[in-house]
Design a protein around this ligand. Structure first.
Ligand code: ADP
Ligand code: MG
Length: 317
């Protein structure tokens, strides 16, 4: 199968590549054309995943397709952008039919969930890697940036933390778990749900936001730096899933939540007057700390005493 036949067969004919709102021209020309609405800005983000670095070389192609797009779409959620389109640059060692078919199905699954249209890409031969760019729309001046946190704001997250990091020993085949727990944790690793609707609901409410990709403490550090404030995280308020607690125990679960990446939940700062209304609509939103004058990220124990954040973050048990 030649390059053009491959693109046509697996990607150009996929349901997600048949256009959508705002897509003037999709796959097949030199550029895709996206329509911009007056008063809106285009949010753009690119992510690269390299085999052996970001995912195991031998991993399931369906899950990889699903996860790669989820990770990319999560950046749109973090800005409060409405999903529009994405491109896929694919580097493959060989054109394996079963692999490509499964990968395209995974991609389609997540594209459907996120309402993202595939509008272009590139296909090359080489060591397996994927680069996805996502495009979204957001009202001018309203995007959720990292530099708006103010003392007095609450620090919130969009749901339970640490499951994806907790799942790593399962992903790598280093450990097993009982049924139920195993599936729950693996699902959080392989098909994180980008919090697109929550991100859009935060527009005009949250003062800053990001998606947690490198671990809560590291990512809160980005907000603290950009906003020139201190973020205080209360250890006892970290939302932990029953599956993670059963699998890893409280101490390791907290480490997963603080230092483990890959959760793709939103973390955001919120003036307190917006909390009640937000939690009615989004009951999984949790307050985990607050913003004060100062610098950096401080971890507080149950007594409100500052404790040393774990160094090196997550350990593989
Ligand atoms: P060009 O040579 O003009 O860069 P290509 O020959 O690389 O174009 O690609 C032909 C068309 O197929 C373009 O519209 C491109 O965006 C699209 N395309 C290439 N690879 C992919 C892919 N993996 N997924 C989706 N679209 C792709
Ligand atoms: Mg090209």
């Amino acid at each position: 199968m030649g390059e053009f036949e491959l693109i046509r067969h697996y990607f150009a004919t996929a349901p997600c590549a048949q256009g959508g709102d705002g897509v003037v021209c999709g796959i097949g020309d030199d550029c895709a054309l996206l329509a911009l609405v007056a008063g809106e800005q285009l949010a753009v983000s690119t992510d690269t995943l390299v085999a052996g670095v970001h995912f195991p070389e031998s991993c399931d192609a369906f899950l990889l397709g699903q996860r790669a797009l989820a990770v990319a779409a999560s950046d749109l959620a973090a800005m409060g952008a409405a999903p529009l389109a994405f491109t896929l640059a694919l580097t493959l060692p060989v054109a394996d039919d079963a692999w490509l078919a499964a990968f395209a199905r995974g991609l389609q699954q997540m594209a459907g969930l996120c309402s993202l249209a595939l509008v272009g890409g590139d296909t090359t031969r080489g060591p397996l890697s994927l680069t996805l760019s996502v495009f979204g729309r957001v009202s001018a001046g309203l995007a959720l940036r990292r530099d708006g946190a103010r003392p007095g704001d609450l620090l919130c997250v969009g749901g339970e933390l640490g499951d994806a990091a907790g799942a790593l020993p399962l992903v790598l085949g280093q450990r097993d778990a009982q049924d139920g727990i195993r599936e729950a944790l693996l699902a959080r690793y392989w098909s994180p749900q980008p919090q697109l609707a929550l991100g859009q609901a935060l527009l005009g409410r949250a003062t800053s936001a990001l998606d947690i990709s490198d671990g809560l403490l590291a990512d809160c550090g980005h907000i603290a730096r950009a906003s020139q404030v201190e973020l205080q995280v209360e250890l006892e308020r970290l939302p932990l899933s029953a599956a993670l607690l059963a699998f890893a125990g409280r101490e390791q679960a907290q480490l997963c939540a603080l230092g483990g990446g890959d959760d793709y939940r939103l973390a955001f700062t919120l003036p307190p007057q917006h909390l009640a209304a937000l939690q009615i609509e989004w009951p999984d939103v949790r307050v985990i700390g607050r913003v004060v004058a100062g610098a950096g990220v401080t971890l507080l124990d149950a007594a409100g005493q500052s404790v040393e954040p774990p160094r090196g973050g997550y350990q593989h048990f």
